[in-house]
Design a protein around this ligand. Structure first.
Ligand code: NAG
Ligand code: NAG
Ligand code: NAG
Ligand code: NAG
Ligand code: NAG
Ligand code: NAG
Ligand code: NAG
Ligand code: NAG
Ligand code: NAG
Ligand code: NAG
Ligand code: NAG
Length: 847
C-alpha cells in the first residue's frame, strides 16, 4: 500500500476512509501504480531504465563503477542528482553482467531477480514466497530501502535491502544481531573502489556483554569502538560526541538482540565501510560539490586492534607508542625493542591471591601471606576488550573485583555500571581528553613503589562542570564593559556555584571548548524588544516574562527578564547560565547570552516561532496541526533531549520542571526543552538528592518529590509520562474528566477497560495507528508508576517508542493523587499550601 498518504488534518474520518478505499482500489490495477518507483511482474526494467524514489534522492538500476577498466554491469542503488557516483547497495555484486542485456524483474515465483541476456538468473531475493508472480512488487523507498512487498497481504514486506546491507549504513537502517533468528546484519566492504565484489572487511555490532562496534578483516578484529554507554562509544578517542548524541540509538535486550540505528534530517549522510577497511561518515556539501568526511574509524595507528599486545597500552602522541602498564614487563625484550609489540607484556610480581592459592593447594603454610593486592588507576583509558558485567554499584565495584582472583581489572562508567575483566587485558589505549578510569590489579609491592598514585578505591570527580563555570565566568567577564557593583556580586555567586559543582580538585581538562557566552548590553535588549512592550510579550516563563526581540543584525531572539520580585532571581539565573551554556542538543533550547546590569538580569535565547507545546495541544483550533506522527515525533524528541540531560558523559542534570509549557516547538514542530532555572546538576556518583524546597509544578511532580522532596532521573520520567498522556489525549492533566477523575486516573480506567486507544485526541485518532497509540499510553502509564523503581529510564522509553513488536511490562496502578491536588497546577508565582495524603508541605513555585 502507498505509504505516503498524508491525511488532510481537518477532514472527517469518513473522508479519510474514502481516501483509503480509493487508494487501495487504484493499487489493484497494476497500470495505475507501476510508476517510476516500482517494479511489477508486467513492468521489469532493462539496462537503460531505472527506478527513482519519490523524493528523487535514490535511484536503482544498472551501473558500471567509475574508473573501472572493465565494462561490467551491476544492479545497485545510488544517490541521484549528484555529480559523483556514490553507490550504497549492490545486488549482483559477485555476478556482474558483461554487457547491457541485463534485466531486473519479478520472476514467476514472485522474487526480484537479475537476469542476463540468456535469461540466466544471476541474483535473486531468494524468498520462499510461494505466491503468484503478479502478487508481489518492488518499491524503492525515500530512505533508499528497496522493498519486495506482497500486495495481497496488506503490503507485507517479504524482503528489503536494509535487511541485507552491503557497504553503506544509511539513516534509519538497523545493524546488529537478532537473538531469535540469529540474523546478523553487518557491513561488507567492496574489494576496491572500482570493484564492487565482496571485499575482505566487515563491520558491525559484536554481541559482547557490552555491545560495541567492530571492524574485522576475514574475521580477525582490526578495530573496536569500546562499549556503548547509552550515549556514546567510550573507546573512541576524543570523539566529537555530538555525532552520536544526535539521533543515534543502540538497543540491547540482553538476549542476544542488539541493534543500532540513527536518523539525520538529511538523507545525504551516511556511514560507509570503504575497501581500505575503515568506516567513514560522509555528508554532502552543496558548496564544495563533494562528500565531506566527518569521521574515520580507525583514526590513529593506536586504534589498530591490540597493537601493543597483552597488558600493553598505546600512547598516540609518543614514540615508541607502546608501553607496558606499570608492574608489567615485555614478554620478549628483543622483539619489543625491535618494535614488534604483538606479544605484549607479562606481570612482574605475582599477585598475592595467586600465591595464596598455590600455597594452599600445595598444602604448605606460611608463604602465602603478605599484603593484599591493590589497584593502579590509569586515567583516560580505552578499556580492554571482553568486559564482564557486575551488578555492583560504584563503591562495591573494586571490592567485587578484589574478591575474585581471576579479576584483573575493573572500571566504572555511570551509563554502563561496573565492568570487570578476567584474564589478560588486550587493546588498551591512553587518550588525551576522553576515556575513563581503568583500575588494574597489582601486587602490593608494585603499588608501594608508586605509593601516591595508586589507590584502592577511586573517587570520581567532576572536571567539566568546573571548566564550564570558569568559561562562563571568563566569557562574561571578557564582554563586561563598565564595572558595576551588581556584576561583582554575580561573579561571587558564580564562584560559589562553581565550588558547588566541583567535588574534587582534579585539574580541569582543557578539552572542553565552550562557545564564549556573550554578555548583552541592557540597552540593546530593551531596544530589540521595543522597551519590553506588551505586544512583544511571548509569555510568562519561570521567574519572569519572556519577550520577543530582534537584534540590530536582524536575528530574532527571546529575552527572559527575571522579575525583580523573585528573590531567587540571581541564583536561578546563574544556575541556568551554568547549566545550559554547556548543553548543546537539537532538543534543547539554545542560550545565546546573558545580561546583568544594575537590577536587571536577562537571559537571551534562540527564538522559537511556534511557541510552546501547550499552546497547540490544548487549543481547540491549533491541536489539529499536531497529527499523530508529529505527536510521536515530539514525544521522541523530548525523550532525546531529556536523555542528553540525564546521560551527558560527566554530569547528570535533573530538569525538575518538565511540563508542556516548557517544551518549545521550532518551525518544523521539533520539540526543544527549555527553562532550566530549576535544573539540578548531579555529581557523577550521585543518583538521588533531597531538597527541603520543593519547586516544580503540581500535576507533573512525582509523588516522592512532591511529598518527600526526593528527586532523581525517575522524577523527570514521571513528568515525562504526564506529558506523554497529555500529548496523546490533548487534555491537561489538571482537567477533570468524567466522574471527576483526573487524567491519570482516567487513563488507568480506560486501560483496565481495554480502551486505551480511545484516550487519543479525537482530532488525531486514526485506526491505522491504534496499536501504536495503545503502546504509547502503556509507556505513559509505565512512566507515572507510583514507585520510582517501577518507572523505566529515558533510554528505555526511547527504545520502547522506537522499537516495534516489543513486549512491554504491564503497568501497575499509577500514582493518582487522591485529593484534588493535581488540579492545583500552580502555574503562577505564588506560594501555596497543599496537602497530599495528609502530608502538608509548602510549595514555593516559580511560576
Ligand atoms: C529498454 O526498454 C525501453 C522501453 O521499454 C526501450 O526503449 C529500450 O530500447 C530498451 N533498452 C534495451 C537495452 O533493451
Ligand atoms: C577516477 O579517476 C580520476 C582520475 O584518476 C580521479 O580524479 C577520480 O577521483 C576517480 N574517481 C573515483 C570515484 O575513484
Ligand atoms: C559475456 O560472457 C559470456 C560468457 O559468460 C560470453 O559468452 C560473451 O561473449 C561475453 N560477452 C562479452 C561482450 O564479452
Ligand atoms: C517454502 O515454504 C513452504 C510452505 O511454507 C514449505 O513447505 C517449503 O518447505 C519451503 N521451502 C523452502 C526451500 O524453504
Ligand atoms: C494474478 O494472476 C492470476 C492468474 O494468472 C489471476 O487469476 C489473478 O487475478 C491475478 N491477480 C492480480 C492481482 O492481478
Ligand atoms: C582478501 O583475503 C584473501 C585471503 O586472506 C586474500 O587472498 C586476498 O588477496 C585479499 N583480498 C584483498 C583485496 O585484500
Ligand atoms: C545531519 O548531519 C549533518 C552533518 O554532520 C549535521 O550537520 C546535522 O546537524 C545533522 N542533522 C540532524 C537532524 O541530525
Ligand atoms: C624473543 O624473540 C626472538 C625473535 O622472535 C627469538 O629469537 C628469541 O628466542 C625470543 N626470546 C625469548 C626469550 O623467547
Ligand atoms: C612479531 O612477533 C610475532 C611473534 O613472535 C611474529 O609472528 C611476527 O611475525 C613478528 N612481526 C614482525 C613484523 O616482525
Ligand atoms: C602457581 O602455580 C602454577 C601452577 O602450579 C604456576 O604456573 C604459577 O606460576 C604459580 N604462581 C605463583 C605465584 O607461584
Ligand atoms: C571469578 O570470576 C570468574 C570469571 O567471571 C568466575 O567464573 C568465577 O566463578 C568467579 N569466582 C568466584 C569465587 O566468584
Amino acid at each position: 500500500m502507498e505509504p505516503v498518504m498524508v491525511f488532510p488534518v481537518n477532514t472527517s474520518r469518513r473522508f479519510v476512509v474514502v481516501l483509503l478505499l480509493l487508494a487501495a482500489f487504484s493499487c489493484f490495477s497494476p497500470r495505475l501504480c507501476s510508476g517510476e518507483d516500482r517494479i511489477t511482474f508486467s513492468t521489469p526494467i532493462n539496462d537503460s531504465e531505472t527506478l527513482l524514489c519519490k523524493s528523487g534522492i535514490f535511484r536503482f538500476g544498472f551501473f558500471t563503477p567509475v574508473n573501472s577498466t572493465t565494462r561490467l554491469r551491476y544492479a545497485g542503488i545510488w544517490y541521484d542528482k549528484i555529480p559523483i557516483q556514490t553507490v550504497v547497495w549492490v545486488a549482483n555484486k559477485d555476478t556482474p553482467i558483461n554487457d547491457t542485456s541485463g534485466v531486473i524483474s519479478i520472476s514467476d515465483d514472485g522474487n526480484l531477480v537479475v537476469t542476463d541476456g540468456r535469461n540466466r538468473r544471476l541474483w535473486s531475493t531468494n524468498v520462499n514466497v510461494t505466491v503468484a508472480s503478479n502478487a508481489t512488487w518492488v518499491h524503492l523507498m525515500d530512505t533508499g530501502n528497496l522493498m519486495l512487498q506482497d500486495n495481497r497481504n496488506n503490503g507485507e514486506i517479504l524482503w528489503e535491502s536494509f535487511k541485507h546491507p552491503y557497504n553503506s549504513f544509511l539513516p534509519r537502517m538497523n545493524l546488529g544481531t537478532d537473538g531469535r533468528t540469529k540474523e546478523n546484519l553487518r557491513l561488507t566492504s567492496w574489494r576496491s573502489d572500482q570493484d564492487p565484489s565482496t571485499g575482505n572487511y566487515t563491520a558491525g555490532l559484536a554481541p559482547y556483554t557490552f555491545p560495541e562496534l567492530l571492524i574485522w578483516k576475514n574475521t580477525v578484529p582490526q578495530w573496536r569502538s569500546g562499549p556503548w554507554n547509552g550515549q556514546v562509544f567510550i573507546g573512541l578517542p576524543d570523539m566529537d560526541s555530538l555525532l552520536f548524541l544526535d539521533g543515534f540509538n543502540l538497543n540491547s535486550d540482553n538476549q542476544g538482540t542488539v541493534s543500532m540505528s540513527y536518523t539525520n534530517g538529511s538523507f545525504m549522510y551516511h556511514f560507509n565501510l570503504d575497501p581500505d577497511g575503515a568506516i567513514y561518515q560522509r555528508d554532502w556539501s552543496t558548496s564544495m560539490r563533494g562528500w565531506r568526511i566527518g569521521v574515520r574509524f580507525p583514526s590513529t595507528p593506536c586504534d589498530a586492534y591490540a597493537r601493543c599486545g597483552q597488558y600493553g597500552s598505546c600512547h598516540p602522541r609518543e614514540d615508541p607508542p607502546c608501553k607496558c602498564v606499570k608492574g608489567f614487563v615485555p614478554r620478549n625484550n628483543t622483539e619489543w625493542n625491535a618494535g614488534n609489540w604483538s606479544n605484549g607484556c607479562v606481570r612482574r610480581a605475582p599477585l598475592q591471591c595467586e600465591r595464596q592459592r598455590n600455597v594452599s593447594s600445595n598444602g604448605g603454610g606460611g608463604g602465602g601471606g603478605g599484603k593484599r593486592d591493590g589497584f593502579l588507576k590509569l586515567q583516560k583509558m580505552k578499556v580492554p576488550i571482553s568486559a564482564e558485567q557486575s551488578l555492583a554499584n560504584e563503591q562495591n565495584c573494586p571490592k567485587v573485583c578484589l574478591d575474585n582472583c581471576s579479576c584483573t581489572a575493573y572500571a566504572y562508567d555511570r551509563g554502563i555500571g561496573c565492568m570487570l575483566w578476567n584474564g589478560n587485558l588486550l587493546d588498551m589505549q591512553s587518550f588525551l581528553g576522553s576515556g575513563i578510569d581503568l583500575n588494574i590489579r597489582l601486587a602490593h609491592s608494585e603499588l608501594q613503589t608508586h605509593g601516591k598514585r595508586a589507590i584502592m578505591i577511586t573517587a570520581p570527580v567532576v572536571g567539566v562542570a568546573f571548566v564550564a563555570a570558569v568559561c562562563v565566568l571568563l566569557a562574561c567577564r571578557k564582554f563586561k564593559k563598565r564595572p558595576e557593583p551588581q556584576k561583582d556580586r554575580s561573579a561571587e555567586l558564580l564562584f560559589k556555584r562553581m565550588e558547588e559543582l566541583t567535588s574534587g580538585n582534579e585539574s580541569a581538562s582543557n578539552q572542553v571548548k565552550l562557545k564564549e557566552l556573550p554578555l548583552f548590553e541592557f540597552q540593546v535588549l530593551a531596544t530589540s524588544t521595543d522597551n519590553f512592550s506588551l505586544r512583544n510579550k511571548l509569555g510568562q516563563g519561570g521567574f519572569g516574562p519572556v519577550y520577543k526581540g530582534k537584534l540590530p543584525e536582524g536575528q530574532e531572539i527571546a529575552v527572559k527578564r527575571l522579575s525583580r520580585a523573585s528573590g531567587q532571581g540571581l541564583e536561578e539565573l546563574m544556575n541556568e547560565v551554568v547549566v545550559i551554556s554547556k548543553l548543546q542538543h537539537r532538543n534543547l533550547v539554545k542560550l545565546l547570552g546573558c545580561c546583568i546590569e544594575g537590577e536587571e538580569r536577562l537571559l537571551v535565547y534562540e527564538y522559537m516561532p511556534k511557541k510552546s507545546l501547550d499552546a497547540y495541544l490544548f487549543d481547540p483550533l491549533k491541536q489539529k496541526i499536531l497529527d499523530w506522527k508529529t505527536r510521536l515525533n515530539i514525544m521522541e524528541g523530548i525523550c532525546r533531549g531529556l536523555l542528553y540531560l540525564h546521560r551527558d558523559s560527566r554530569l547528570k542534570i535533573i530538569h525538575r520542571d518538565l511540563k508542556a509549557s516548557n517544551i518549545l516547538l521550532d518551525e518544523n514542530l521539533n520539540p526543544k526543552i527549555s527553562d532550566f532555572g530549576l535544573a539540578r546538576v548531579f555529581r557523577a556518583n550521585e543518583d538521588e538528592a533531597n531538597t527541603r524546597r520543593v519547586v516544580g509544578t503540581y500535576g507533573y511532580m512525582s509523588p516522592e518529590y512532591a511529598m518527600e522532596g526526593i528527586f532523581s532521573e525517575k522524577s523527570d520520567v514521571f513528568s515525562l509520562g504526564v506529558i506523554f498522556l497529555e500529548i496523546i489525549s490533548g487534555r491537561r492533566n489538571s482537567h477533570k474528566e468524567e466522574n471527576n477523575l483526573n487524567l491519570l486516573a482516567y487513563v488507568w480506567k480506560l486501560w483496565n477497560e481495554g480502551e486505551a486507544a480511545s484516550l487519543a485526541d479525537r482530532v488525531v485518532f486514526d485506526e491505522r495507528f491504534e496499536k501504536e497509540i495503545t503502546k504509547c499510553v502503556q509507556i505513559g502509564l509505565l512512566c507515572v508508576q507510583e514507585v520510582a523503581n517501577d518507572r523505566p529510564n529515558v533510554s528505555t522509553v526511547i527504545w520502547m517508542l522506537t522499537t516495534e513488536n516489543t513486549n512491554l511490562p504491564e503497568p501497575k496502578q499509577p500514582f493518582i493523587a487522591k485529593r484534588g491536588v493535581s488540579e492545583a497546577e500552580s502555574s503562577d508565582q505564588s506560594s501555596q499550601k497543599v496537602s497530599i495524603n495528609d502530608v502538608s508541605l509548602t510549595a514555593v513555585t516559580g511560576r
